[in-house]
Design a protein around this ligand. Structure first.
Ligand code: GLN
Length: 190
């Protein structure tokens, strides 16, 4: 049976990820409930607003269910707000904001390119090549732990990181039309 990829569908740019997965011929499903979660082999956490997604994860009762799948080693790919939700430490977050802590990163919200809010860059991804990257109020990785592989940098600074089955991008591969990072993640899932 083909692997099924879930997209956390509480808030954010869910449809853009769904389109990227459809373009790759992957079997994708929006995750709204713990039942949806039971059927998937990997999870994408989209860009959006990490504070809002955190709140909705709690109110929907999904937080613990997702945390338990992640603890069992389910592959995950977080983009922008999704990176924040996967990180071990969130700086400049709301006091009640929660994260899953499955990639050893300290990320500061809204801190990448503070003066411009959003920008685009070509980033050179290890093993993939140069990919277009859209940054929107992006998190700034202040610390990457020893167990983290940094796959891409901008101005010497980590923007794409991997730890085991968890991939986290400070930017939005789902907005560029370039499918190679989704492809990279799908290789992890299948
Ligand atoms: N600034 C947002 C947050 O803190 C992330 C922005 C994004 O996903 N484009 O959640």
């Amino acid at each position: 049976m083909a692997a099924k990829v879930g997209i956390l569908a509480l808030q954010g740019d869910v449809s853009e990820h769904a389109q990227a997965l459809a373009d790759l011929g992957a079997d994708a499903v929006g995750v709204h409930t713990a039942d949806d979660l039971a059927a998937i082999d990997g999870l994408i956490l989209p860009g959006g607003e990490s504070t809002t997604i955190s709140k909705l994860l709690e109110s929907s009762g999904l937080f613990e269910a997702v945390a338990s799948r992640l603890a069992d080693g389910m592959p995950a790919f977080g983009t922008c707000a999704g990176m924040i939700l996967l990180a071990s430490e969130v700086l400049d977050g709301r006091p009640d904001q929660r994260s899953f802590g499955v990639i050893d990163l300290s990320v500061r919200r809204n801190a990448f390119g503070r003066q411009v809010d959003s920008f685009e860059a070509e980033v050179d991804v290890e093993g993939v090549g140069s990919v277009p990257a859209v940054f929107i109020r992006a998190p700034y990785v202040e610390r990457a732990g020893e167990g983290v592989d940094v796959l891409a940098r901008v101005d010497g600074h980590p923007v794409l990181c991997r730890q085991g089955p968890v991939l986290a991008a400070a930017f939005h591969p789902e907005l560029s039309g370039d499918l190679r990072l989704h492809e990279l993640f799908l290789r992890e899932v299948t």
